[in-house]
Design a protein around this ligand. Structure first.
Ligand SMILES: Cc1cc2nc3c(=O)[nH]c(=O)nc-3n(C[C@H](O)[C@H](O)[C@H](O)COP(=O)(O)O)c2cc1C
Length: 162
């Protein structure tokens, strides 16, 4: 497949996930990786698969990711998948998310759901549900096993594409 993975990353964790996904999808001549803020000319022509991932910041994707999605051309027929990195909220944090984030339309409070919605609105065909990968703290590291889970998610995408 000819695939493009666009990601944003502040502390490097989302970039690691993006690279694990890319590595599992295929060889470097087919899989391109780009930072959301560095997408210049139109890299979307002839794509089979577009994957977009962002850290979750304040219950949503980063500014660079939102700008990218806002300026995305029509991608009719392109297969798509969305992911994010996030923290496992517990206790008071979970409570805060339910009270403050959900009522204001921040979906489940994570970045991948609005990313998937934007990709659908541009004509993409989502092949797997939006997925989240966990960091142990804001700056990382990733939880154990998340790179392997990202590779497994990528293999699922390939399977769904047939
Ligand atoms: C300002 C700020 C806001 C954040 N907001 C959330 C949030 O709403 N939900 C969440 O799960 N994690 C949140 N986090 C944790 C980030 O998801 C975490 O920093 C990110 O996954 C790390 O990815 P990166 O290394 O690619 O930047 C936040 C972190 C920062 C610094």
């Amino acid at each position: 497949v000819k695939a493009l993975i666009i990601y944003d990353s502040v502390f490097g964790n989302t970039e690691k996930i993006a690279r694990a996904i890319g590595g599992a999808l295929g060889s470097a001549d087919e899989i391109a990786l780009m930072r959301a803020g560095e997408v210049r000319s139109n890299p979307f022509a002839g794509l089979d698969l577009l994957i977009v991932g962002s850290p979750t910041r304040g219950f949503q994707p980063t500014e660079a990711t939102k700008n990218l999605l806002g300026s995305l051309p029509s991608i009719t027929g392109v297969r798509t998948a969305a992911f994010d990195t996030r923290m496992a909220f517990t206790g008071i944090q979970k409570f805060a998310m339910n009270v403050f984030a959900k009522p204001f339309g921040y979906s489940e409070g994570y970045a991948s759901t609005p990313i998937a919605q934007s990709l659908n609105e541009k004509g993409g065909i989502s092949v797997v549900p939006p997925e989240g990968f966990f960091v142990k703290a804001s700056e990382g590291p990733l939880k154990e096993g998340e790179l392997e889970r990202a590779a497994e998610w990528a293999r699922q995408i390939l399977e769904k594409m047939g």
